[in-house]
Design a protein around this ligand. Sequence first.
Ligand code: ZN
Length: 414
Amino acid sequence: MDSWPSVPVPRLPGYTGRRPPLSLHDTATGSVRHTDPQDGTARMYVCGITPYDATHLGHAATYLAFDLVQRQWRDAGLRVHYVQNITDVDDPLLERAAHTGENWKALAERETQLFREDMTALRVLPPDDYIGAVEAVPEITAAIEALRDAGQAYAVDEDLYFPVSAAPGFGSESNYDRATMLRLFAERGGDPQRVGKRDPLDSLLWRGRRPGEPFWDSPLGTGRPGWHIECSVIALNRLGMQFDVQGGGSDLVFPHHEHSAAHAEALTGTAPFAKHYVHAGMIGLDGEKMSKSRGNLVLVSKLRAAHVDPMAVRLALLDGHYRADREWTGGRLPAAEARLARWRAATALAAAPPAEGLLTDVREALADDLDTTRAIAGIDTWADDALSSPGSVGASGAGTLVRSLTDALLGVLL
Ligand code: ZN
């Protein structure tokens, strides 16, 4: 599937002294650990949208976090192989289409295009492989067949399930106890109550054809694949096992990432699926998580239509740690707009304080589990310094360097 256009990333001066590798928090071990890409290429998979509604600020914050991961790796001289999926056939999409009477494919195409436009406006670097579930049905089906043939799938009526007993490492990504798993499984699209399952936590691999639902012919019969195996296979077939980062919002820790990892580990007989499981916090509004079901979404496209500078939206979302659940309060956007104006004014001065030390500070802050708050504070201090004795407007080496570093490392174009 077509991705969206990339933007140039300025090359920054080389590092002086010993460069810290990018460290990220890993959910599986509960610790901040160095990433350690091999052979000069970092490999990352981030779960994409289910395109039945427009991109809200919670989505945007997640993709911005992983955009910063990519930017720090690239600054360190690594190539990045970035894969993202689009769940362009699944229950929520089909339910929405049935509710509004729209063709499900048309709905998915429209919302995917809006997502591309939102990501472009926010200057998010595109994935190298942007893969729709629909286009990946043959490869996903082949993987389910392999699981079935290895005795790692069983039938309940016309559907196929993955027995968690087939994955010795099941539970090692989320580290949740069984009671928590059962609760989250029920809350997040699982079916623990279904009669005929061997274990309530077993997950759907293949959903047999239902009246009125799309289906594909396959050696498994007619039907469509489940969501967790979709991500396992799209990632595995492009990145292999033990890729560097599996990313997504914190609501994907369980069951989605646990089951995706379990499927891949069962398919290959090796572990782990990913070396880091990295999760971004949720964005709330008025004390509630921003979500479609609560109807409290702030949409990126609405902000764009209101002529809000996308760089202010980006800066507002980066002003807070990516792992923290954050509130989108009324003051966030004006504060980011004011900060952006100050940074632009400071970098436009003919005489500005040196910025080589700032570059080192920002690199070190971001290498430390993407500490954007510290990075932004450093740039604020530099800008305050520059503006404390403003001279004439004109080009300065320091101003150019700061514009390059906010662009390359934070994706904020001044
Ligand atoms: Zn996924």
